[in-house]
Design a protein around this ligand. Sequence first.
Ligand SMILES: CC(C)(COP(=O)(O)OP(=O)(O)OC[C@H]1O[C@@H](n2cnc3c(N)ncnc32)[C@H](O)[C@@H]1OP(=O)(O)O)[C@@H](O)C(=O)NCCC(=O)NCCS
Length: 147
Amino acid sequence: MTRYLGWPRHQSVEHTKAFLEFSEAEWSRWPAGPYLIESSSDTKLLGTTGLSFESRTLAATGYVLAHDSWGRGYGTEALTAIVTIARELGVLRLYALCHPDHPASARVLEKCGFQMEERVKEFAVFPNLNPGRREDCLRYTRQEPGV
Ligand SMILES: CC(C)(COP(=O)(O)OP(=O)(O)OC[C@H]1O[C@@H](n2cnc3c(N)ncnc32)[C@H](O)[C@@H]1OP(=O)(O)O)[C@@H](O)C(=O)NCCC(=O)NCCS
């Protein structure tokens, strides 16, 4: 589940607390930050997503769902919601980084109107996949019309 994420699996409660502090700081500084994904029928926690602002008009996104929630359209539904929120908050360029060997994530991005912009050579470490090596990344971008 965490193989293609850009952050390491939490190894302790302290790690999770540090993330919660980071989340609070993001929400204080920017119009939005990390989000939880809940089932609309019973509010069961399904995963997380969010917006990571680099400026008022440029933000990154990502998403992770629990394994038993894959393949039911939730990834697409969550990213569609994030695209709407980003647009409402004035984001003009929204991007996501995707490992080249992750077609399910690439498909979710394409279904939500993102286009593959470039393959960036040895751009990022995927700590749960191979902590010792920088890997290529596909950069997918969604630009608001007229930009
Ligand atoms: C990536 C992830 C969010 C997808 O969520 P999901 O709810 O299963 O996605 P959806 O059901 O909305 O859509 C998946 C699409 O990918 C397609 N797909 C799945 N596996 C695929 C594969 N191996 N090759 C090609 N397409 C694939 C599905 O058929 C579907 O497309 P379709 O609707 O045209 O049939 C989910 O697998 C996940 O959380 N993975 C772990 C965390 C992660 O890797 N996050 C992304 C980091 S970039």
